[in-house]
Every structure is written in structure tokens, then in C-alpha cells.
Ligand binder design. Structure first.
Ligand code: IPM
Ligand code: MG
Length: 359
């Protein structure tokens, strides 16, 4: 019987509610396929700040390091927004990514046929969209030095961040992207700003070089401003997108919104070895926390991504994804994806429906 140690980071806001649903779903699929999960909870984000003063306590990072995978819900909230930068919940997330070496972030944006009308774009534009954004996650302007707010000689302050990529950083994310495209429809679009930025010129050169090792994958390049426009104009032209940390942050939100509900989308953050972190793309939604209104589907699909990419249990992942499609086919909806004639469910009831759909 397979046995996995999973660290759960429920975090803040709606995090604990949606995490509870994902755990129920994992337990059910585990019973069916003889997979045993050993769950341990740890503190991160605002919850960790309240309890310890630190958004990523050392014991949390240690627990994550010693597990087979980490399932994270969501962190942050207005309560912690006024703290200095290095004490904010977001810092915990960045520390977790850096601490586990999670340089590759996979963010799928797939339109489910049941939810086409939830998109703000026209049906003919979004129907059939299936994009995978591969975002570099531990480099670029998020981590480059120097950074800070410094006093300039003129007496005024200067804010500084540095966008930097080394060849090896570009190559390793490039490889993940080419391999990902290879398993999909073999088209990779690399996004940069090489008409202005040297860091992007190096990025484009290395990705082009690397493409010689992947002759079966068709490579294209776009500037990031054009890529943003193309995502809205004709998203079906994209299959796999690879880009740096900041551009990936922005483009993955845009891609997510094509699907109409950010409450549906999971993500995976992976390193060269060791445990990955699996989490919804959406945030902690403090405005609806504790009201049993949250959509747990992104969390449940993150658990499926954990099974597929982190634990190599594709059958379990597939069953969970099918169960989600089944409840949507039945017309079950949470408030964020509700439309006329459908059954409105709360977070817990949606969880019960998904577990039931697993059979
Ligand atoms: C994301 C988020 C994070 C990021 C924040 C919360 C630090 O926006 O995962 O996309 O910018 O990477
Ligand atoms: Mg973001």
C-alpha cells in the first residue's frame, strides 16, 4: 500500500474550509485505490504571524521539507496588510518557494464546457481554451539583488528591484516548459520583453538554443505586452507559455480569468527534487471566510495535481478530476459559478457532492 506524508498549510481566510474538503476527497480516493495519506498541519501566512510573529516559522519549512508533498490553501488578508514588507503573509509564500527550490510553477487555464458562460469573454473566443502557463518562480525581479528603498544623494528615496536571470536558471525552466509542451500539443510560446530588457535578450537566446534539443516542439516568441493582448484577442492560439516570474504572475491571472472563475484553477510548484507545493490560484477571500460560501474546486483540483505531478498517482488524480466534472454536469454550483437553473451549494455541500461522485 502506497503511503505518503502530506503537509497541509490551510492558511487564512477561506483556506481552512476548502482544505477540509480536499482532505475528505483525498481520503475517499485513498480508500478506493489503497493509498494511505498521513496528514500533518502546519502554520503559514497570517495564521502563523498571529501565533508566532513569523509568516513562515522554521518548523513549518522543516515539516514541508520532510514530507512527500505540500498542499497549501491560501494566505493573506486585510488584517496583515499594514505590516512591514518582510512580515507580510506573502513573504511566507516566497520563503516557502525559495526554501524548497520550487523554480517551476505550472498554472493550467482550461475552460470547462459546463462553465463557458461564466467567462466575461464571448463563447466563441473562449470555448476550448486549454493553456498551461509555466512560470519561473524563484528568480527574476522577485528575488534579484539589490533591492530595497534607499536614500538617494538628492535627499529623496529610491525604490529598487533588480530583474536578473542567469543562463542556468533560464535553461532549467526552459527544459520544464519544453517537456510540458511535449506532453501537450507541442507548441511553446516564450514571453519576454527583449525589445527593451537585456535580461530578456538572454532569456530569448537561451530558449532558442534549447529548442534545438526539442525539434518536435514548435517554439514561438512574443513580447509580454503583445502576449497580454493576444490572450484576450485569440486565446486558442496558445498551448504552453513559458515566462519569467513577474510576467508569469501577471499573465497567469489574465489566463485564469479567461475561464470565468478563478475559483476553479489549481497550480503546482516544483523543484529539481523534493516535495512540490500544490495550491489554488485564487487568494484567501477574507470577505466570505467562515460563511460556507467558498468554492472548494480549485483546492480539490490542486490535490489532483499533487497526485499527478508530486506523487505520480495519475489514476487517483484522474478520478478526482472526473468527479469534479460529474458534479458540474449534475448542475451543482457554488455562488461564484452559479447560473440560472443550477443548484446552489455551499462549500461543505460541494465537498459532499464531490466525494459522492467519486463513488
Ligand atoms: C501568486 C501571488 C503571489 C505572487 C503573491 C501572493 C506573493 O500573486 O502566486 O501569483 O506574486 O507570486
Ligand atoms: Mg499572482
Amino acid at each position: 500500500m502506497a503511503h505518503y506524508r502530506i503537509t497541509l498549510l490551510p492558511g487564512d481566510g477561506i483556506g481552512p474550509e476548502i482544505m477540509a474538503v480536499a482532505v475528505d476527497v483525498l481520503k475517499r480516493v485513498g480508500q478506493q485505490l489503497e493509498i494511505q495519506f498521513e496528514f500533518q498541519e502546519a502554520l503559514m501566512g497570517g495564521a502563523a504571524i498571529d501565533a508566532t510573529g513569523n509568516p513562515l516559522p522554521a518548523e513549518t519549512l522543516e515539516a514541508c521539507r520532510n514530507s512527500d508533498a505540500v498542499l497549501l490553501a491560501a494566505i493573506g488578508g486585510t488584517k496583515w496588510d499594514s505590516l512591514p514588507n518582510d512580515q507580510r503573509p506573502e513573504r511566507g509564500l516566497l520563503g516557502l518557494r525559495a526554501g524548497l527550490g520550487l523554480f517551476a510553477n505550472l498554472r493550467p487555464a482550461q475552460i470547462l464546457p459546463q462553465l463557458v458562460d461564466a467567462s466575461t469573454l464571448k463563447r466563441e473566443v473562449v470555448e476550448g481554451v486549454d493553456i498551461m502557463v509555466v512560470r519561473e518562480l524563484t528568480g527574476g525581479i522577485y528575488f534579484g539583488q539589490p533591492r530595497g528603498i534607499f536614500a538617494a544623494e538628492t535627499g529623496e528615496k529610491r525604490g529598487v528591484n533588480t530583474m536578473v536571470y542567469s543562463e542556468s536558471e533560464i535553461d532549467r525552466i526552459g527544459r520544464v516548459a519544453f517537456e510540458t509542451a511535449r506532453k501537450r500539443s507541442k507548441r511553446l510560446c516564450s514571453v519576454d520583453k527583449s525589445n527593451v530588457l537585456e535580461v530578456s535578450q538572454l532569456w530569448r537566446d537561451r530558449i532558442t538554443q534549447l529548442s534545438q534539443e526539442y525539434p518536435d516542439v514548435e517554439l514561438s516568441h512574443l513580447y509580454v505586452d503583445n502576449a497580454a493582448m493576444q490572450l484576450l484577442r485569440y486565446p486558442k492560439q496558445f498551448d504552453t507559455i513559458v515566462t519569467g516570474n513577474l510576467f508569469g504572475d501577471i499573465l497567469s491571472d489574465a489566463a485564469a480569468m479567461l475561464t470565468g472563475s478563478i475559483g476553479m484553477l489549481p497550480s503546482a510548484s516544483l523543484g529539481a527534487s523534493g516535495p512540490g507545493v500544490f495550491e489554488p490560484v485564487h487568494g484567501s477571500a477574507p470577505d466570505i471566510a467562515g460563511q460556507d460560501k467558498a468554492n472548494p474546486i480549485a483546492q480539490v483540483l490542486s490535490a489532483a495535481m499533487m497526485l499527478r505531478y508530486g506523487l505520480n498517482e495519475p489514476e487517483a488524480a484522474h478520478r478526482i478530476e472526473q468527479a469534479v466534472l460529474k458534479v458540474l454536469d449534475q448542475g451543482d454550483r457554488t455562488g461564484d459559478i452559479m447560473s440560472a437553473g443550477m443548484n446552489l451549494l455551499g462549500c461543505r455541500a460541494m465537498g459532499v457532492a464531490i466525494v459522492k461522485a467519486l463513488g
